[in-house]
Write a protein that binds this ligand. Structure first.
Ligand SMILES: Cc1cc2nc3c(=O)[nH]c(=O)nc-3n(C[C@H](O)[C@H](O)[C@H](O)COP(=O)(O)OP(=O)(O)OC[C@H]3O[C@@H](n4cnc5c(N)ncnc54)[C@H](O)[C@@H]3O)c2cc1C
Length: 401
């Protein structure tokens, strides 16, 4: 796309990284994405290519073998990748969140142990908060850790782990009562455990089972799984940050950067939907002219492009705010909310421009149509974003009368 979604003020290095990623997306992802998606096939070759490009270590500090890049660089890469295939950005996303949580909250030993191999893409991360009975209401988590000597024994069932099968490190949020007596606020009695496991399905470590892939309407290729802990023993030095009771805050910090990332995915998918729509509108003729020459279709294209621009600007703003060291929960919430809603609308409009062909599996828009709804849910639904935005606004604009 020549004109839309440009970002002013990028350094030479950022531009170079983005142009390499864009090239990779155009050559290695777009040509195979729809076929792999229809077969629900894991894109191993693409993942190997991303590893070679160093993308798994993009934001991991250089001292641990990463590229030490900013959240903005990361988000712009994610936008490019999602333009090619959203599932591929999902493969990197949970890895990035776990690496970020380790960087921010891990003990020195945990950073030294995990980050270099995560930067190389040899250890891949997933994170697990949701359970069968809860997603939005994280404070209702029922999975539990009980201390037993130098270890904790974990029991409970988790749901919706993106990369649950392919990862080898899962950051799992559970309730831990030790040191936090009955009656402690739920968010102060949660702990994140760094659970190492073999990739794959079945019993991947004694006491830990990944039953299999959940069959989804879209977001295919990337595996999403349950996780069952039945007497899973984790050493005390695998409590993230070495201290129990801090898990809720650590996860929320991770999810906050994850929201910028989901916004970036929404931007990428919307851009691709626009590209497909504007191309098709100039190829398809009705009533003696290309449909792009009918004002109703031109108006659709105008609305789509405006949404692509607006979402991109908000996403960039949220990333830059975090990079400057400021709190960005308001901006990240707004960007995630707007980009995911706009993405769904732009995809819908592009689908309509395609007429009956949009319904055919031969056309890429069919895949995008099934992928966009995931962005409305992941990293917090629209309602949850609005709760965060609303609360922050009331803090900022407190009535002083
Ligand atoms: C493909 C996929 C991948 C995922 N990957 C992961 C992952 O890697 N790790 C992970 O931990 N989770 C993951 N999730 C789970 C995801 O985060 C949750 O699905 C999401 O947070 C919503 O939770 P829920 O599905 O339980 O819906 P619920 O919380 O039950 O919500 C149902 C509806 O009620 C609304 N609602 C809930 N509370 C309120 C309220 N207070 N006010 C108004 N409306 C409300 C919601 O917005 C929604 O519309 C994934 C989900 C999917 C579909």
């Amino acid at each position: 796309m020549a004109r839309l979604a440009q970002t002013a003020g990028l350094t030479d290095i950022q531009q170079e990284i983005l142009s390499t990623v864009r090239d990779f997306v155009d050559k290695e992802i777009i040509p195979v994405a729809t076929e792999l998606e229809h077969r629900d096939e894991y894109p191993q070759q693409i993942v190997d290519g991303l590893k070679e490009l160093g993308l798994f270590g993009l934001m991991i500090p250089e001292e641990y073998g990463g590229l030490g890049e900013s959240l903005l660089t990361y988000a712009l890469c994610v936008e490019e990748i999602a333009r090619g295939w959203m599932s591929v950005s999902g493969i990197i996303n949970t890895h990035f969140i776990v690496a970020y949580m380790l960087k921010q909250h891990g003990t020195q030993e945990q950073k030294d142990h995990f980050l270099p191999r995560m930067a190389a893409g040899d250890i891949r991360g997933a994170f697990s908060m949701s359970e069968p009975g809860l997603g939005s209401d994280v404070s209702a988590i029922t999975s539990k850790a009980v201390k037993d000597g130098d270890e904790y024994v974990l029991n409970g069932q988790k749901m919706w782990l993106t990369n649950g099968g392919t990862s080898s490190l899962v950051a799992v949020l559970v309730r831990s009562d030790e040191g936090h007596p009955e009656g402690t606020a739920p968010h102060k009695s949660m702990t994140t455990f760094l659970v190492e496991k073999e990739p794959g399905f079945g019993e991947v470590r004694p006491g830990l089972t990944i039953p299999g892939k959940i069959d989804k309407m879209g977001y295919k290729g990337v595996d999403t799984t349950e996780l069952i802990m039945d007497g899973l023993r984790i050493p005390a030095n695998r409590v993230l940050g070495g201290e129990t009771g801090r898990g809720f805050y650590q996860m929320m910090d991770g999810v906050e950067v994850g929201r910028v990332n989901v916004a970036a995915r929404g931007c990428g998918v919307a851009q691709r939907a626009f590209e497909l729509g504007v191309r098709y509108a100039q190829q398809r003729h009705t009533f003696g002219k290309p449909i792009a020459q009918h004002q109703a279709i031109q108006f659709k294209l105008a609305e789509m492009a405006t949404k692509v621009e607006a979402a991109h600007a908000m996403m960039v703003n949220a990333a830059r705010k975090k990079d400057s060291g400021e709190r960005n929960d308001l901006e990240a919430g707004m960007a995630k909310y707007l980009a995911s809603e706009y993405c769904k609308e732009v995809v819908e409009d592009s689908f309509r421009i395609h007429g009956g062909y949009g319904f055919s599996k031969e056309y890429e828009i069919e895949r995008l149509y099934r992928e966009a709804p995931m962005l409305l849910i992941g990293e917090g639904t629209a309602e949850i974003q609005k709760m965060i935005i609303g609360r922050r606004l009331l803090e900022e604009y407190r009535f002083q009368g």
